[in-house]
Write a protein that binds this ligand. Structure first.
Ligand code: SAH
Length: 212
């Protein structure tokens, strides 16, 4: 699987600006056993470079997307990151291999609880999962070095920008359900403003509007 992901990096290097997986991301992708995070029915398909259904109408992203999202954040072992959309817990596990602490929010209680249990059983002690609406972020734990949103938002949620450190980066699919979505890289400047860059077209499940 890592080799397939590497090959996609090479194909998309002009769009993403990433010539190859960084060593830290490659190590994390090699280490996290995706078959231990997907539903039993999907285990045989876990090492293909494909998205997979995880129940409740949700999907776990294709490994390539997980890898470039993680790479674009430019995080390291000191980083504290927020994930919106825990899903299976796979992206959280990949992040947790690299950073000091991962906070992850899931709106569907059953998915979030199962992922939390799964990640605990896999031995992760640096991931905290909360059930709630990630549109509002996790203000008590902010600011974050990186934020990754794994469901598509019609626009960049202002609360998430507010919870990024200056110099921090957010990767988020932006675009309505059924419309073209772009994986965007949002960088917060020292003056509090943001720079945005469209990376590649993607298709994510929508960020569900909770009470807001
Ligand atoms: N990162 C996940 C993939 C998640 S799919 C993984 O690695 O498996 C997107 C997830 O976002 C779904 O589980 C969905 O329930 C969740 N989601 C959708 N809207 C949300 C919201 N407003 N807040 C938090 N989670 C949300």
């Amino acid at each position: 699987m890592v080799a397939e992901v590497e090959a996609m990096y090479a194909e998309t290097r002009f769009e993403t600006g990433l010539a190859a997986m960084s060593p830290a991301v490659r190590a994390a992708m090699g280490k996290v056993e995706r078959h231990r995070l997907v539903p039993a029915l999907q285990v045989a398909l876990a090492y293909r470079n494909h998205p997979l259904p995880i129940g409740s109408g949700q999907t776990i992203s294709q490994p390539y997307i997980v890898a470039i999202s993680t790479d674009l954040l430019q995080i390291d072992s000191n980083s504290v990151v927020l994930e919106v959309g825990t899903g299976s817990g796979y992206q959280a596990a990949v992040l947790a291999e690299i950073v000091a602490k991962v906070f992850s929010i899931e709106i569907i209680s059953s998915l979030g609880k199962e992922a939390e249990e799964r990640l605990k059983n896999l031995g992760y002690r640096n991931i905290e999962v909360r059930i709630g609406d990630g549109y509002a972020g996790w203000p008590e734990k902010a600011p974050f070095d990186g934020i990754v949103v794994t469901a598509a938002a019609p626009r960049i949620p202002p609360a998430l920008v507010a919870q990024l450190k200056p110099g921090g980066r957010m990767v988020i699919p932006v675009g309505g359900d059924g419309f073209i979505q772009y994986l965007k890289l949002v960088t917060k400047r020292a003056d509090g403003g943001v720079d945005e860059r469209d990376i590649i077209p993607v298709r994510f499940v929508p960020l569900v509007p909770g009470p807001r």
